[in-house]
Design a protein around this ligand. Structure first.
Ligand code: 13P
Length: 252
């Protein structure tokens, strides 16, 4: 069975002081979530202070982005080894990075290579726009993103399927819709890595996940957790989502 992952992508929110406060609220709420892997992806300045707060807990840290080069003249960028000092995970190719910062399947591929070479587990984001969805291109788009983004990498990764129209809109996909696309993604992963490995890869859903709809996603056959934006910025809301994942494991 694939252990569910509930990851919080804080995006460009929370100063270090605010991050500390949020984490101090999150930690006690997660004590009982022993069957769920909880991952926090705060802004880069908060990685070091939060790492200290998470010592001795089961909660893991990740970054929201990084460069593919090991070091050098890349003003404003974060090197893989800098992330690896504090985190185990790194979000790669979030749709906001693709839309606002020019990331492509090609740069995603370079970053996945770099993450794996540094011992980080990449959380690779894919997802279609509203126009693509309405034109029934969802399968084609996510298949291309997976095939191009994961060229010649290994299966030590996590996928997050985040339909762009569902991000920050309050308009989540239905559990069934998301599950169908995630099954397509798993089929493409099977082409790349073989069926056995594809069955082991965690595929998360992201896009307006909250406490009240989390169970609808986690009860689906192929959805292995969530990448949470807005609802991850409040301890209670985030814990409710983790509890829904924990509840699903307990049922099985
Ligand atoms: P929301 O949960 O705010 O819709 O954001 C989802 C997301 O983009 C997580 O990476």
């Amino acid at each position: 069975m694939r252990t569910p992952i509930v990851a919080g992508n804080w995006k460009m929110n929370k100063t270090v002081a605010e991050a500390r406060e949020l984490v101090s609220e999150i930690v006690p709420l997660m004590k009982e979530m022993t069957d769920v892997k909880v991952v926090l992806c705060p802004p880069a300045p908060a990685l070091l202070p939060i790492a200290a707060l998470l010592e001795g807990t089961q909660i893991r840290l990740g970054a929201q982005n990084m460069h593919w080069e090991a070091s050098g003249a890349y003003t404003g960028e974060l090197a893989p080894a800098m992330v690896a000092e504090f985190g185990r995970f790194v979000i790669i190719g979030h749709s906001e990075r693709r839309a606002y910062f020019g990331e492509t399947d090609e740069t995603v591929n370079k970053k996945v290579h770099a993450a794996q070479a540094t011992g980080l587990t990449p959380i690779v984001c894919v997802g279609e726009t509203l126009e693509e969805n309405e034109a029934s291109q969802t399968s084609a788009v996510v298949s291309r993103q997976i095939k191009e983004g994961l060229k010649d990498v290994n299966a030590d990764l996590i996928i997050a399927y985040e339909p762009i129209w569902a991000i920050g809109t309050g308009l989540a996909a239905t559990g069934e819709m998301a599950n169908e696309t995630i099954k397509t993604i798993r089929a493409v992963l099977a082409e790349l890595f073989g069926t056995a490995k594809a069955e082991e890869i965690r595929i998360l859903y992201g896009g307006s996940v909250k406490g009240s709809n989390a169970a609808e996603f986690f009860s689906q056959s192929d959805i292995d957790g969530a990448l949470v934006g807005g609802a991850a910025l409040k301890a209670d809301g985030f814990a409710e989502i983790a509890a829904a994942a924990q509840n699903e494991v307990t049922k099985k």
